[in-house]
Design a protein around this ligand. Structure first.
Ligand code: ATP
Ligand code: MG
Length: 268
């Protein structure tokens, strides 16, 4: 069964899509079977994967509204991961779902139908905490939070964590924090170092060790419809996302070993 990671932060432009796409590509390059779900009406993850968001039918909207099966809507990408494409139709789906039964668990139900085909499912969320993001958090095993190392970075994190608490109470008791990921980090900028130190102080080892540097190649890659390791595999950005994939894989293995040890201890 796939481990499902939602990439979310209601703050805009912090590196959610860049992280979702390049993490999916880095994991796929390591021969993991990965599905990337573009759950943002902006459709940026779809375009950055080399798929034209204007031409994709069926897409995530059709799936959410039960107008197409999820397997029918999934497409392969050049980088080796599969994609459930998204575009502005998702806004319409979000509105239509407002009055639906079990409206927060739609995505979870659909992903369950394909979860045995993948090792990882990564969901790129829109910059809001509305119904699409709630669906992602309800479906997910864990939440990966990109945080831009700039002023006001911490602002809004408390409402995101309040939402996580509410989701745990009502919708998904098992939701974990995968980690906080420092993005667009610039060593020459003192503010970045300050924000980074504040994050570690507040969140301890929930802050991931991998740091994504500010790197122009990462910003260029989407306009070529390519993840960074296809566009420029030797760039600092590509290396950083490879390191992130390795770190998350290692943490997952440690978590499983921890859970295994706990259940062995309980059996004795
Ligand atoms: P939104 O909230 O609008 O969905 P987002 O959180 O998904 O935004 P991105 O689209 O990933 O953020 O990034 C915002 C902008 O910053 C994009 O133009 C992207 O190319 C650029 N960017 C992201 N990460 C980096 C980086 N590490 N170095 C340089 N540019 C970056
Ligand atoms: Mg985005």
């Amino acid at each position: 069964m796939a481990r499902i990671i939602a990439v979310a932060n209601q703050k805009g432009g912090v590196g959610k899509t860049t992280t979702a796409v390049n993490l999916a590509a880095a994991l796929a390059a390591g021969r993991r079977k990965v599905l990337l779900v573009d759950f943002d009406p902006q459709g940026n993850a779809t375009m950055a994967s080399g798929i034209d968001k204007r031409e994709v039918r069926p897409n995530g909207c059709d799936v959410l509204l039960d107008e197409a099966g999820i397997a029918e809507a999934i497409v392969p990408t050049e980088a080796g991961y599969d994609l459930l494409p998204g575009n502005s139709d998702l806004t319409a789906a979000e509105l239509k779902l407002m009055d639906a039964m079990a409206r927060e668990s739609r995505l979870k139900e659909h992903l369950a139908k394909v979860a045995d085909r993948y090792q990882l499912i990564i969901i790129d969320c829109p910059p809001s905490l509305h119904l699409l993001t709630l669906n992602a958090l309800t479906a997910a095993d864990s939440l990966l939070i990109p945080v831009q190392c700039e002023y006001f970075a911490l602002e809004g994190l408390s409402s995101l964590l309040d939402t996580v608490k509410a989701v745990r109470q009502r919708l998904n008791t098992g939701l974990q924090i995968e980690g906080l990921l420092r993005t667009m980090y610039d060593v020459r900028n003192n503010l970045g170092n300050e924000v980074s130190a504040q994050l570690t102080q507040h969140f301890g080892d929930q802050v991931l060790r991998s740091i994504i540097p500010r790197n122009v190649r990462l910003a260029e890659a989407p306009s070529h419809g390519q993840p960074i390791h296809l566009y420029d595999r030797n760039s600092r950005g590509a290396i950083a996302y490879m390191a992130l994939a390795t770190e998350l894989t290692r943490r997952d293995r440690q978590r499983k070993q921890g859970a295994g040890a706990a259940s062995t201890a309980a059996a004795h």
